[in-house]
Structures are given as C-alpha cells and as structure tokens.
Design a protein around this ligand. Structure first.
Ligand SMILES: [Zn+2]
Ligand SMILES: [Zn+2]
Length: 213
C-alpha cells in the first residue's frame, strides 16, 4: 500500500473508495459503519469516543471474518476514503486511515484530507470540483493547480514538442469543465504520460545499474 487519503463526497478521483453507509460499492461497504452508528451523536468528545470504540469493534469483526478484505485495501498503491460527513476529524474515514497506517506502518503513507472547495449549496457544479488535481504522471500523486497537467518535475520530462502541443491546445475553459478539452489536448496528454513513464523507467534502471556496480 502507498498513499491513503480521505475526502468528502465531491472528490471524484479514480482512487475514490466510498466507505459511507450509503455506498454503492460492495467493497467499500465492508468499511462502512453500522447504519445505527450513524445516528449516534458525535458533537462532543465523549460521544466521539464511544463512536470510535464502536467502529473499532466493527473493524475487528471484519478483520476476524475476512482478512483478505483488508489486504485488498492495503495492496492499493493509492486510495482515497470518501464519506459525506462534513468534519473529517469526526468521521470514520479518518479512523480507518489511521488503522490502515497502524496495520502496515512501513508501507503506508497517511496523506490526510484532500483539498477541496467547501460544499456550498449555491455554487454551480463546476465549482465543486477539487481546486487541486493530481499530477497526471503515472504513480506521482502530487497535487497540482487545475490549469496544470503535471507537477514541475514531471512536466520537465515531457519532450519539448509534446509540451508545445499541450500549450497550443490548452483551452482556458477546461479548467472548470473538462468537457471543453480538445481531442488534440487529450491525445497530447496521453503521449506525455507515456513519455514521462518511460523517462521514470530509464531513471530507475539507471539507478539499479549504478547500484550494482
Ligand atoms: Zn463519515
Ligand atoms: Zn508529478
């Protein structure tokens, strides 16, 4: 396992795992609290303490019944645990992240809550998208501004002509609405991703050869 994030319901990244009681994911449901628990108050430390005890007991039962479920989660390179509670500090998504971190401290990296715009009823849907995106390079996970394809480090690995195509085909509106993206941009982005992955691989091999000598 690599990175473990938590996020509210507006997060739509590919590593999203909805673990709320209302989740449509069968896998995610294994980590959801008992529906009765969701009705417990959590507005003071004592109530939150009781909630934690309940959730911990529930996770121990899941662990006892089917360790594979946990291992499946621990094997993911990156996962974002999603629930609809407004306060991540008083939500089981943070508890689960903590348990996973403790279960495999050497291979897990707790990254905390993802940056998102606060949910405001009046905001148009486009504004509910995360302010930050993940770097498009494979396995990177760095947060980048919405007008950026990759983090600086990975961007510099893209061949110059591909960089130029990306710059030329970038449309301002795509920052708020990905549907505005041109096909040329999408193709160049894919090519960039492939090129960066290849550059990473060359580096890794180089490092291994160096280490072997
Ligand atoms: Zn929650
Ligand atoms: Zn990157």
């Amino acid at each position: 396992m690599g990175k473990i994030w938590t996020a509210g319901p507006s997060y739509q990244g590919t590593d999203r795992l909805d673990i709320s009681v209302a989740t449509k994911s069968h896998f995610g449901l294994a980590f959801a609290p008992n529906p009765d628990m969701e009705r417990l108050p959590r507005d003071n430390d004592k109530a939150w303490g009781e909630y934690q005890t309940e959730y911990h007991a529930r996770m121990r039962r899941v662990w006892a019944r089917n360790q594979l479920t946990f291992h499946k989660l621990l094997e993911k390179a990156e996962v974002t645990l999603v629930c609809s509670c407004a306060d991540p500090e008083r939500c089981h998504r943070s508890l689960l992240a903590e348990y996973l971190g403790r279960a495999d401290p050497e291979r897990t990296h707790l990254c905390g809550e993802r940056d998102q715009l606060p949910l405001a009823k009046a905001a148009p849907p486009a504004l509910l998208r995360p302010q930050l995106m993940r770097c498009f390079a494979e396995g990177c996970g760095m947060s980048v501004g919405r007008d950026k394809l990759m983090c600086k480090q990975d961007w510099d690995l893209i061949p110059k002509p591909v960089q130029d195509t990306l710059r030329a085909t970038f449309r301002k509106g795509q920052v708020l609405d990905p549907a505005v993206m041109s096909e040329a941009y999408v193709n160049a982005a894919r090519e960039a991703r492939t090129e960066v992955a290849a550059a990473h691989l060359r580096r890794q091999r180089g490092a291994k050869v160096g280490a072997a000598q």
